[in-house]
Design a protein around this ligand. Structure first.
Ligand code: GLN
Length: 270
């Protein structure tokens, strides 16, 4: 029978990623990844070896690791994911950091538009117990994933609504609107590559220039924000000036674009 350590090296070469090999191995054993370090000399049981072979095949066929594992870490917490939601990305943690910096510690009414897995809304709810948070999404499949995550994290207090942008909360007022909306241009070749190929198109692409959804969101935001409230929007690397321009034309003030850890313009707030 094959030894775990040797199989890891072999899968790591096949997948061109030691990390992915470890994640899939841990999954096949139903153990945490750290467990592998103390058990590299052990033989992999036959059933686990068969599971591993299937997982590696799926990965080699291009399926995102997060969908294979069924979860992805975001801001220190695990979020369930499936092909009905965008996979949480590290650059979106900038939305969290800016919200935590700018918004009051005390009571605050916040809405996360296009919540997907709920990673933004639920992270903020966990970090700020005093906030009253609403998570909306157009997709019932996404809201189901968000509900599972809310339950797992003990955050059922986060209100969840099916809504096209702010449509279902018309007439309500919020101190903050946060969003990682779809912002990839429809013809962008990235949509046909890597993980994006497997993710829901409705979570990614937004018209010819990728700005169609952000433009609608900004137009709706003004009448939804309390005076002095904040709008915090993630966007593409080259969309900062356009998003800032749309915000300015909509009468929003104190507009600033922030860079993510990769040094890329990623989030504009107003
Ligand atoms: N940041 C994602 C990507 O290009 C896109 C996410 C989005 O459209 N909100 O991989």
């Amino acid at each position: 029978m094959p030894v775990i350590g040797e199989l890891l090296s072999c899968c790591g070469r096949q997948l061109e990623s030691r990390l992915e090999a470890e994640l899939l191995m841990a999954q096949s054993l139903d153990r945490p990844r750290a467990w592998l370090y103390g058990h590299a000399d052990e033989e992999l049981p036959h059933a686990a070896a068969e599971r591993l072979a299937t997982l590696v095949q799926r990965r080699l066929a291009g399926e995102p690791v997060a969908y294979i594992l069924g979860s992805r870490e975001f801001f220190g917490r695990d979020f369930l994911v499936n092909p009905g939601v965008l996979i949480p990305r590290p650059e979106t943690e900038l939305v969290i950091e800016l919200a935590l910096q700018r918004l009051p510690l005390g009571p605050c009414r916040l809405i996360d538009v296009g919540t997907g897995s709920g990673c933004i809304a639920l992270t903020l709810a966990a970090e700020r117990p005093a906030w009253e948070i609403t998570a909306v999404d157009l997709s019932p499949a996404a809201l189901a994933v968000c509900a599972s995550n809310a339950q797992r994290l003990g955050l059922e207090r986060v209100r969840r609504l099916e809504s096209d942008l702010l449509g279902s909360v018309a007439g309500e007022r919020f101190d903050a609107i946060v969003s990682n909306p779809p912002y990839v241009a429809a013809g962008d070749p990235h949509l046909a590559r890597g993980d994006l190929r497997h993710e829901p198109a409705c979570a990614l692409s937004a018209g010819a220039d990728g700005l169609a959804i952000i433009q609608r969101l900004i137009a709706q935001a003004r009448e939804t924000l309390e005076p002095g409230g904040w709008l915090i929007v993630e966007h593409g690397h080259d969309q900062g000036p356009a998003v800032a321009g749309l915000m300015a034309r909509s009468g929003l003030a104190e507009i600033a674009t922030h860079r993510d850890l990769a040094g890329i313009d990623r989030v504009t707030l107003a």
